[in-house]
Write a new protein. Sequence first.
Length: 634
Amino acid sequence: MMYTYLSKINGPEDLKDLKDEEIEILAQEIRDFLIESVSKTGGHLASNLGVVELTLALHMMFDSPKDKIIWDVGHQSYIHKILSGRRDFFNTLRQYKGLSGFPKRNESPHDHFDTGHSSTSISAALGMAFARDLKKETHSIVAVIGDGALTGGMAFEALNHAGQSKKNILVVLNDNEMSISQNVGGLSDYLSRIRTTPIYSKVKGDMENLISHIPAIGKSVVKTAEKAKDCIKYFFVPGVLFEELGFTYIGPIDGHNFGAMCKALKQSKNISGPVLLHVLTKKGKGYKHAEAFPDEYHGVSPFKVDSGKPLSTSSSVGFSDIAGQTLVEAGEKDNRIVAITAAMPLGTGLATFAERFPDRFFDVGIAEQHAVTLAAGFASEGYKPFFPVYSTFLQRGYDQVIHDVCIQNLPVTLLLDRAGIVGNDGETHHGIFDISFLSCVPNLTFMAPRDGKELKHMINYAIKQNGPVAIRYPRGNTEVIETDDFNEIVTGRGEIVYESGKDALIIALGPMYKKALDACKRLEKRGIYSTVLNPRFIKPMDEFLILQYANKCKRIYTIEDHIKHGGFGSQVVSLLNEHNIMKEVKILAYPDVFIEHGDINTLMEYYNLSSSKLYDEIEKDLKSKKFNRIAMTR
Ligand SMILES: Cc1ncc(C[n+]2csc(CCOP(=O)(O)OP(=O)(O)O)c2C)c(N)n1
Ligand SMILES: CC(=O)[C@@H](O)[C@H](O)COP(=O)(O)O
Ligand SMILES: [Mg+2]
C-alpha cells in the first residue's frame, strides 16, 4: 500500500508543517497501516484505531520527547510509536526481540514510563511533575488514560492527590465507553451523563460566570446562596466531580475532530494547575469489524483484513473456557456460587456464566483489590465466590488475599488464568511470580492442573473446601480427554503419570507434565529410564510421594512454568533438605530476570523449557553426573 504522507513522518517534528486536510489523509493512512500491519502480527487493534486523531493532536501541540506523554496501560500507544520513528519496525510488533506492544523506556526517548498494567499513568505523571518543579524545569506532562483504566483504584488515588497538589499536569481522559468489554460502574454512568446531555458543554462557561456573580450578603443569605450555587453547578457544569477534586475540566470534546482537539489542548496549556480533558472517541474507528465488535478486536491474533476472521482456528479448547464452563455447570447445581471479574469477562471465560446467572455475576471494573475483598465479603456470608483473574493482575490484590481472605480462612477460590509465560504481551503480563507470592500464605490450598480435565475436577474440589483455594493454569488450549479413568483429587496428593525406571525422577508442574513425558520417552531411546510425577498440589505438597520417589531415583528434576526463585522446585529442594535426603535437584524454571515478549514456544525454547530443550538438559546433566562420579572416584 502507498502511504504518501505517512512515509514522510520520521518523527513528530514532521507533522508540524502539515495542513489540516493533509492531517486528515495522514489519519486515514495511519488507520490503513495499522490494520494491515496488525492483521499480520496480531496486537491491540481497536483501542489504537480509536486514538489516531488524539495522538496526532498530542504530537502536534506538544513537543515530544521534551514534553512527556504517558500512556495508561500502553496498549493504545501504537500511533505514538509510528509518529516517533518506529513505523519500520511494526512487522516485528510483539515478536521475540521485536517492537514491544507497550511503551518501553529502553525502546525510545519518546517513551517516558513503561506500562502494561492499568491505572498507573496519573501517579507517574504527578511524580514527574513534582520532580520537574523541584528541578525548576518547564516541560509539559500529559497522562492519557482510558475510561476503563479510570475504574482502577490507583487512578482515583492519583486524582485525589493531583487535584490537591495544584501541579501543572494534563490528564486526557479517552472515553470510548469501553473497557475490553462494555465499561462498568458509577463513574462510567457519570461520564455517559456528561456525554449525552449537550446542555452541559454549551452552558458551562456562562454558568460558571453566573455562579461566580451570585452575591453573598448576610450570614443566612450566604448559606442559601452557596447552596444555590452548588445546586446550579451540580446540575449544569460538566465534570464537576473532577472540578471538586481540584482539576479544571475541559470537555467533552470530539476526539476524532483534529482541529477541536488541538484547540482544547492549546487551551489546557494556558491553565494553571491540573487539567482534565475529556475526549470522546469510538473504539475500533475506521474498521467496520472492530467498530461492530470492539471487544473482539481489542486484542487480536493475525486475521484476514476483508473478512476480519482469524487466520488460524483451533479445534482444541482453552483452559479459560473449561474454567467458565465448569462454573456454569456448578452454578446450575449450587446457587451459592458467584463469579467475579475485574474487567476481564471474555478473557477469563465468564461470558456464559454472566448470561446464565446475571444476578450472580459481578464485573467490578479494573479493580482487582476490590474484587478479592468483595469475594471475601461474599464468602463471609456463606457464598462460594470464584474470582478468575490473570495471574499477573492478581499482583494488584496481594494484601487483600492475605488480609481479607486467608487470615479469615474464607472459602474464596482464585482461578489464576494466564499463569506462566503469556507470550507476546511480555514482561508486564507473564504470570510467573504467583507460586512465590502465594505459596507462603497460610491457609491457602494451591493447585496446578495438568490439563483441562484436571482443572474441571480441581474446580469441583474447590467448591467443597471450607477455606481459600488457588488454581493456576496457563494461557492457551488444552486437550479434551473424555476418558473416565481419573484419580480423584485428594488434598495434598499427587500422582505418578509415567514410570519406566529410576534413573531420574521428573516432577513436572501442571501442563509441563506433557513436555516432561515427551522428554522422558526420548530419554528411553538413549537407555535412560525415568518416572514422571504430577504433583497436582503446590500446597500442601505431596511430601510422601515426592520423598518416596526421591529416595528411589538417582537424580531429581523439577519443571515449572514459573521463576526459579521461590518456585515449586525450590520448595522441593527444601523438603528434601528437611528430610536429610542428600540428592541433587535440578530446577528447570525461568531465571531471575524479567522475561521479554515473544511467542510462547520461542520463549520456552530460549529458556530451555521446550520438550527438546528439556530432553537436552536432562540428558546432558545425567551424562555430566556420570563423568563427575568417575572423576571423584579416581
Ligand atoms: C491491572 C490491570 N487489569 C486488567 C488489565 C487488562 N486490560 C487491558 S486494557 C483493558 C481495558 C482498558 O480500557 P480503557 O482504559 O478504557 O482503554 P481502551 O481499550 O478502551 O482504549 C483491560 C481491562 C490490565 N492491563 N491491567
Ligand atoms: C493490554 C492488556 O492487558 C490486555 O488486553 C491483554 O493483552 C489481554 O491478554 P489476552 O490476550 O491474554 O487476553
Ligand atoms: Mg475505553
